[in-house]
Design a protein around this ligand. Structure first.
Ligand code: APR
Ligand code: ZN
Ligand code: ZN
Length: 362
């Protein structure tokens, strides 16, 4: 059997997205059919639409999602029909060297669902964004992409943990190892940087310095937990962070922009032996030159953070529990809820400065 539902398609490079009828087959071995309840609008969806990820059009967009498992295929033990789940990008193999060494976010053999969803009108195969494709009433994923969490959580909030919010919180907690009393600077306060601020606060950081070129982002950053702000268009970022940290620099600096100048600021804004966490994704042509004596002499660690170095089965339920207990304000990330046919307009609002996340509710 298969299911005809509505989904948001990116038909071709740079073309506006639109709602189309798609055909979602029943789950095969190892797969789960998920009735999507909420899915956030992320920059990565826009990159897909612009042809910035690859050219496998048409795409079925959407990947920050939560929903209820409707059916599972043969051999599925991870989840069962009726489970409330958050979807993640990667069903890891559990057997490769990365998985066996406890770093499944670098898994070599992810087995996401095969691209078996099609456009009803033409029969064309759809490429689901990040192997998910959740701007659709139903989607087909590998069972390993589903993590069961407490169904008391609002779907809009839960879905956000599937991508940017997890990337930011994980950058602070998992990659940066932010601890009680640490000083933290976060460079770039979009959705990811703001999540890093929330993660740092959760970890008990004593000072959280938000850095951005956009004043409006600094206002939001302060609202969600930054203790200090630095406007990078008006101040020397490295000097300002040092000044706010007794002349030393921050214990952990989290870079969430992805540009050479902000990588450089992150490198120099940390204290000796401090940690730099790189979350912002640069483009292939970007380069940064550093004096080796500074690399050697400043010690510490330069780390990049992949999907917040998260273990979905450990981190998703834990963060949802903290949210339900009122200890983690994930609700602050949902700026607005929208209908499925409003994704294109949400893309336009994305750079407006006051939208953290628009979330499609089903
Ligand atoms: N200095 C400081 N802040 C900057 C600078 C700069 N030179 N340039 C841009 N910014 C700020 C923007 O004003 C914005 O607030 O960085 C923020 C980037 O936020 P978003 O565009 O909303 O991106 P986000 O979704 O948060 O992702 C940030 O992390 O996961 C990666 O691919 C993602 O590289 C991206 C980064
Ligand atoms: Zn995303
Ligand atoms: Zn693996």
């Amino acid at each position: 059997m298969s299911h005809e539902v509505s989904g948001v398609i990116a038909p071709g490079k740079g073309e506006p997205v639109r709602v189309e009828t798609i055909v979602v087959p029943d789950p095969g071995p190892g797969e789960a059919l998920v009735a999507v309840q909420a899915c956030g609008v992320c920059h990565t969806d826009l990159h897909y639409r612009e042809g910035g990820i690859n050219n496998d059009f048409p795409f079925l967009l959407g990947h920050e999602a939560a929903g209820v498992v409707e059916a599972v295929g043969d051999g599925v033990t991870e989840v069962a029909p009726g489970d409330f789940v958050i979807l993640n990008w990667r069903a890891v193999c559990g057997q490769c060297r990365a998985c066996l060494r406890g770093r499944p976010w670098y898994c070599f053999n992810t087995h996401n669902a095969k691209q078996r969803m099609t456009l009803a009108a033409t029969g064309q195969e759809l490429s689901p964004a990040l192997g998910i494709g959740a701007f659709a009433e139903k989607t087909l994923v590998a069972a390993g992409q589903c993590t069961k969490v407490d169904p008391a959580a609002s779907p809009a909030v839960a879905g956000l943990l599937g991508c940017g919010v997890m990337a930011g919180i994980g950058a602070a907690l998992n990659t940066g190892g932010v601890s009680r009393g640490d000083t933290v600077a976060v460079i770039g306060c979009g959705g990811v940087g703001d999540a890093a601020i929330v993660g740092s606060r959760l970890a008990g950081a004593a000072k959280i310095i938000a850095v951005d070129i956009d004043e409006r982002k600094l206002v939001t950053a302060q609202r969600i937990g930054a203790t200090h702000t630095v406007h990078s268009g008006e101040a020397d970022v490295v000097e300002a962070v040092r000044e706010l940290t007794g002349g030393f620099g921050a214990d952990v600096v989290i870079e969430a922009v992805g540009r050479p100048e902000t990588y450089r600021q992150a490198f120099y804004a940390r204290d000796l032996a401090g940690t730099v966490v790189l979350v912002g994704v640069p483009t292939p042509e970007m380069k940064l030159e550093l004096p080796l004596l500074d690399v050697f002499g400043r010690g510490g660690a330069l780390k990049s953070s992949w999907y917040g170095d998260c273990l979905p089965s450990r981190d998703f339920p834990m963060l949802i529990d903290l949210y339900l207990q009122g200890r983690l304000d994930l609700g602050a990330f949902v700026t607005e809820t929208i209908a499925l046919d409003e994704v294109e307009q949400a893309f336009e609002r994305m750079h407006g400065g006051n939208v953290l996340r628009s979330v499609v509710l089903f």
